[in-house]
Design a protein around this ligand. Structure first.
Ligand SMILES: [Mg+2]
Length: 168
């Protein structure tokens, strides 16, 4: 069914709740993170200390990390100044060209990498198209860029079906 291209493989409330043991068991060695409303509010320019620490922790756990944002170079570079990780801007998600570039930078294959993002029509679809494990987070705040706001209504419908099916 077409909806499945938008469904996550794993759902978490935030990036601080990534199921690291499960990811390792699935053979995941790299994480590709969306920025806006996944690891930071879209209108906050720099990462909070907790996020910088999370990235250090994930690296210590053996994960390779990359940020992949549809946002512009200035936004991504400034955000990455203290995060100091691999980064790709103007990703054009759900297009997969830049995601493949991110995998190249990570020196990992799609099977060993997970995509982490807050939007089903960009992050989840992009990740699935390239063959990655897809992890959806709840958006970090309920402020959104206009274009995202428009997509959220439709997204809600998709997630309603997803959560209904995955009800425990
Ligand atoms: Mg986002």
């Amino acid at each position: 069914m077409i909806l499945e291209c938008f469904f996550p493989d794993i759902y978490v409330k935030s990036v601080y709740e990534l199921p690291l043991a499960e990811l390792k068991a699935r053979g995941i060695r790299g994480l590709v993170f969306d920025i806006d409303n996944t690891v930071a509010p879209f209108d906050i320019a720099e990462p909070e200390n907790d996020l910088i620490e999370l990235f250090l922790f994930l690296r210590k756990q053996g994960f390779r990390l990359c940020i992949l944002s549809n946002n512009n170079k200035e936004r991504v570079q400034l955000f990455n100044k203290n995060l100091k990780t691999l980064a790709v801007h103007k990703a054009g998600k759900p297009g997969v060209r830049k995601l493949r570039l991110a995998l190249k930078k990570l020196k990992l294959s799609a099977e060993n990498t997970a995509m982490v993002g807050d939007q089903v029509f960009t992050d989840m679809w992009c990740g699935h198209r390239a063959g990655l494990t897809c992890i959806l987070t709840a958006p970090i705040c309920n402020r959104d860029q206009l274009v995202t706001k428009v997509k959220r209504g439709l997204e809600k419908q998709v997630l309603k079906v997803y959560f209904k099916r995955n009800r425990k």
